[in-house]
Ligand binder design. Structure first.
Ligand code: ATP
Ligand code: MG
Length: 376
């Protein structure tokens, strides 16, 4: 959809911002450009809407060389979001969002109606329409920035570190909101960040750049974690990539065993006979109630009389990842993670050691699809 063919950008002062970049970005997907400061991310992004012209090579959009498209016309189909939102301080929120439709010659009424729609789409209350940018929080301004970029419903969206200037909690909210929005809109998005976690969370594909504007690797997040092309990429994706990779394994693929699961009506004598250090007590519908330490169970009676240790959290076999399972295991008093179905009923348990086998399988699968010569 967006294609770079041997694209370079050299500045007269001798800086090579981008060095012979060849890359094809899928239509309707999120491609993340990631890398250290000064590695050419912004330059690459701006070559797509001709805010920067390449020194060599060709950028094309849907098969057409973008040099053959008049820049204003090109930009009409490309929304652009930057850090700090870049809103006009003396215009209301509604008028900020209506900027592009107004530039396109829409009537004021139609442009404002569209702006009100977009305000809602990005999750902001209607009463914010009449406020000015400095009356909004950083996160809210960032949402307005996204709404403004969507003004003319462009098929392509360029986003340059849009969530970098807000605190981690707001950032996580904006990311979640962004994922929801993209499920609805299916835009072709090029997203710049220097944060590998954000890249992995948001990207369908990730391009990792190194200093000097060189593309180090272009891959899915999963493959990037499994098979960093070299030491630079391995270092960039971090030491904890093993744990990150578990995010891509569905909890449904985690091998569960039945485990020491007993109901409240079970006699204590029977519970002790299992020889398990911890017993998971469940109700009639197999919903987990808590753990009981075998050594601490009083004599006689049933498990209903035993003191329960809180469960920690369970993981769902539908929807959660193996990473959630590992976290549940690490936090569980018994060291066992409890897997539940959609109704919250216990399916089985797994410990961290058993989960490590899941990594080995994921690694083997990723290796089977390798094109870059294997693990670094
Ligand atoms: N107009 C310019 N003249 C000379 N050099 C430039 C110019 N614009 C950018 N550069 C240089 O090109 C390189 C790439 O810059 P770019 O802004 O694309 O990096 P970036 O990856 O977006 O960095 P950051 O993460 O800090 O935003 C840098 O070394 C930068 O100093
Ligand atoms: Mg930049």
């Amino acid at each position: 959809m967006i294609r770079f063919d041997a694209v370079s950008k050299n500045y007269p002062n001798g800086t090579t911002a981008v060095d012979e970049l060849s890359l094809e970005l899928a239509e309707g997907g999120i491609t993340v450009l990631v890398g250290p400061s000064g590695c050419g991310k912004t330059t690459t992004l701006r070559m797509i809407n001709r805010m920067v012209e390449p020194t060599a090579g060709t950028v094309s959009l849907r098969g057409q060389d973008i040099r053959d498209v008049h820049a204003p016309e090109l930009r009409r189909g490309i929304g652009y979001v930057i850090q700090h939102a870049g809103l006009f301080p003396h215009r209301t929120i509604l008028d900020n969002i209506a900027t592009v439709p107004l530039l396109l010659g829409w009537s004021k009424k139609k442009a404002r109606a569209r702006a009100a729609e977009l305000l809602e789409l990005v999750g902001l209350p209607a009463e914010m329409a009449t406020r000015y940018p400095n009356q909004l929080s950083g996160g809210q301004q960032q949402r307005v920035g996204v709404a403004r970029a969507l003004g003319a419903d462009p098929p392509v969206l360029l986003m340059d570190e849009p969530f970098s200037a807000v605190d981690p909690i707001v950032r996580a909210e904006l990311q979640a909101e962004f994922i929801r929005l993209q499920k609805e809109l299916h835009k072709t998005i090029v997203f710049v960040t220097h944060d590998i976690d954000e890249a992995i969370k948001l990207g369908d594909n990730i391009a990792v750049f190194r200093t000097g504007g060189k593309l180090a690797q272009f891959d899915t997040p999963e493959r990037l974690l499994a098979h960093p092309a070299d030491d630079f990429v391995a270092g960039f994706v971090g030491q904890d990539r093993g744990i990150r990779r578990l995010s891509f394994v569905k909890a449904g693929e985690v091998p569960l065993r039945e485990g020491p699961v007993l109901t409240t009506t079970t006699a204590v004598a029977q519970a002790r006979a299992t020889d398990e250090p911890w017993i998971l007590v469940v109700d009639d519908a197999r919903r987990p109630l808590g753990w009981v330490e075998a050594a601490a169970i009083p004599q006689g009676g049933t498990l209903a009389d035993a003191t329960l240790t809180p469960l920690g959290h369970t993981f769902s076999l539908v929807g959660d990842s193996a990473r959630a399972a590992l976290d549940a295991a690490l936090l569980s008093p018994s060291r066992l993670a409890v897997g539940v179905d959609v109704d919250g009923a216990v399916i089985g348990v797994v410990d961290a050691y058993e989960l490590s086998a899941v990594i080995a399988v994921a690694k083997a699968e990723a290796a089977a699809g390798t094109t870059d010569g294997g693990d670094a």
